[in-house]
Design a protein. Structure first.
Length: 194
């Protein structure tokens, strides 16, 4: 008898791609509570959170052959946050009475804030996968606002090396962020700090 709990996430994903129901069940059992906590943290409603996590797992099964992820837990957590965002957006569209009572500008500001928060979480998840020096250069640039020459001085590396690390970080982000518009905003912000 195969003991699925001993398999790594990557091994379970490989089995899942082949349609292995037990691998799916193991992933479900392994991550249900963590994902429920993530969903509840965003919704503050237990039944909504449970529905969102169920939707994510149904989607995982339905798209199992196309999904290719490095870190399963991070992928599932991001999928939960994305589903929370989509559900919120759909609910807002349906409740036209509430929106019509809100000032026009305020409704867009809330939507933009949610989208920005979701994008930030996506970027943070991708940045954690970068090599250590590349990640550090990116964080100095984005979080502390240091210019390239300041980062080079701080880390004791050349400015060209800083540029190479930022280029690698942006390439990784470009390959993993679904919305190129968001990447352009990030790129513009980084280039303005040269």
């Amino acid at each position: 008898m195969v003991i699925y709990s001993k398999y790594s996430d990557q091994e379970l994903m490989a089995l899942l791609k082949q349609g292995d129901h037990m691998a799916y069940t193991e992933l479900f059992n392994r991550y249900w509570n963590k994902l429920l906590a993530v969903a509840y943290n965003h919704t503050r409603d237990k039944s909504d959170a449970e529905e969102i996590v169920q939707d994510v797992f149904v989607s995982l099964w339905n798209k199992r052959e196309q999904i290719d992820v490095l870190v399963v837990e991070r992928y599932l957590a991001t999928a939960v946050k994305f589903t929370v965002f989509n559900n919120y957006y759909r609910k807002r569209k349906r409740s036209t009475d509430m929106i019509s009572k809100m000032p026009y500008q305020e409704s867009y500001e809330i939507e933009d804030e949610i989208a920005a928060r979701f994008l930030q979480e996506q970027v943070d998840a991708i940045v954690t996968t970068l090599p250590e020096k590349c990640r550090l250069v990116f964080k100095y640039s984005r979080e502390t606002g240091l210019k390239n020459h300041e980062i080079a001085k701080e880390m004791g590396i050349s400015e060209k090396t800083v540029e190479a690390h930022l280029g690698k970080a942006l390439k990784t982000l470009k390959g993993n962020l679904p919305d190129t518009g968001a990447l352009l905003v990030l790129l513009a912000e980084l280039l303005s700090k040269k």
